[in-house]
Write a protein that binds this ligand. Structure first.
Ligand code: IMP
Length: 427
């Protein structure tokens, strides 16, 4: 059985949670490998509706081992709350493990995320303000505190004292806000340590064991390829890599071990936060998509920007991830559209281009070149068989497939686990 990475192919919120929940029924292990609680993975299954921020979406499948990998930054308050909510609703979390190498989000990270955004003024990035960016900054700056540090209270105190002294200078001297108390932060984190200690493990050996047993392992991505700090719309990006390559680093797995890479695309585009989005619809069609699909951030509640499918961005995403298959989600949202548009190229400063520019300024000047297709205007939510989809819907899928050069294996037509059309084998 293979290792399959499930990757957001656009600007996040593509429906990765639903896909992981569905595929996890056949898996042995699910590993979340990037981001933090800036992510919000929606899952609807026989247990009910859930919005997971940190716990892998495989948690609902009995016997699946779920790992929060080293590449995730963890806010302990959010994680503890998530575990408790799951337990209250009858979901067993005894198969959940946390890498001892995963970094912690600390109170100063959350404070600084907000203060930095305020300081950017009109150039704010539109972060989720969950402290994720500052936590990854500290990881790179070698100023992080990891979950493994929670297991040695004396060493934790020493490290926290050193880091907090430095952070308090920034908080007081640069931002003019009150310093944080070492005693309070230390006491809080000792309490979290008590709760989380049983979950903290050296997880690469667990992953290796599952690999050696030939078990199916899913790597669960967070955010989307166009938010990647290198290849996304920098600086309007997140701070860890949502790409398939990030899956290796964020789980502790060799690139040679990943067998399949599944790109999850929404049937249209959405984006939340700042930065260019060439196909954004600032009109009633955009509003219609937003309301029909309830496109509001799972984590922040912010309205998402909605637009037509951008095949230029999608092709780029396929290339940098190496997708071996695609999932198209939320096809049913387009059921009411009389006509559909797909962006097949950009016009940049009077010239036609077919690539996704690296410069955010250039991307902001790109005008989408559209191809129009007829809509199908019949409900698709109850369809489970590809051949039963209306002809125009099949034509839309086939055209996406051609444009992104990747076979569409699965189509989602609603939030529930069973609202899916399996077209070709995925696993
Ligand atoms: P941060 O990751 O909170 O620093 O936010 C940086 C950018 O990534 C902002 O535009 C956020 O809206 C966006 N972002 C972060 N996480 C997600 C997500 O899970 N879905 C969609 N956008 C996200």
């Amino acid at each position: 059985m293979p290792v399959v990475a499930i990757i957001g192919a656009q600007w996040g919120d593509e429906g990765k949670g639903k896909v992981v929940d569905l595929l996890a029924q056949q898996a042995k292990m699910v590993v979340r490998f990037s981001g933090g609680d800036n992510a919000g993975h929606s899952v609807a299954n026989p247990y009910g509706e859930f919005k997971l921020h940190l716990v892998p979406s495989g948690i609902f499948s009995p016997r699946v081992v779920c790992i929060i990998g080293n590449g995730v930054v963890i806010n302990p308050v959010v994680l503890i709350d998530e575990i408790e909510q799951l337990n209250k609703r009858g979901v067993d979390t005894s198969r959940l493990f946390i890498s001892d190498r995963a970094h912690l989000i600390m109170p100063y990270h959350i404070l600084l995320d907000g203060l930095e955004e305020e300081a950017r003024g009109g150039k704010a990035l539109g972060t989720t303000r969950k402290g994720v960016g500052p936590a990854f900054t500290d990881k790179a700056a070698r100023l992080g505190i990891r979950t493994g540090d929670l297991l040695d209270k004396e060493a934790l105190l020493e490290r926290l004292r050193f880091i907090l002294d430095y952070k308090n200078v920034i908080l007081t001297k640069i931002y003019g806000v009150s310093p944080l108390s070492l005693d309070e932060v230390y006491a809080q984190y000792c309490q979290y340590a008590g709760y989380l200690a049983p979950y903290i493990r050296e997880t690469t050996t667990m992953i290796d064991e599952a690999l050696n047993q030939g078990k199916l392992i899913l790597l669960e991505g967070a955010q989307g390829a166009l938010l990647d700090p290198d290849f996304g719309t920098y600086p309007y990006t997140t701070s860890s890599s949502p790409l398939a390559g990030g899956g290796c680093l964020g789980a502790g797995l060799s690139p040679t071990k990943i067998d399949r890479i599944l790109g999850v695309f929404k049937a249209y585009c959405t984006r939340v936060g700042g930065g260019p989005m060439p196909t954004e619809l600032k009109d009633e069609t955009g509003d219609l998509i937003r309301e029909r699909a309830h496109e509001y951030g799972t984590t922040t509640g912010r309205p998402r920007r909605c637009g037509w499918f951008d095949a230029v961005a999608a092709r780029f995403s396929t290339r940098i991830n190496g997708f071996t298959g695609a999932v198209v989600t939320r096809l049913d949202i387009l059921d009411i559209m009389p006509r559909l548009k797909i962006c097949v190229g950009y016009e940049l400063d009077g010239k036609s281009i077919d690539y996704f520019p690296g410069s955010v300024a250039a991307l902001a000047r790109c005008q989408p070149v559209y191809e129009e297709l007829p809509g199908w205007q019949v409900p698709t939510s109850d369809i489970r068989d590809y051949d039963q989809l209306p002809l125009q819907a099949r034509q839309y899928i086939s055209r996406l497939e051609e444009l992104i050069s990747c076979p569409v294996s699965l189509i989602c037509v609603g939030p529930e686990r069973e609202q899916a059309i399996k077209r070709t084998p995925i696993l």
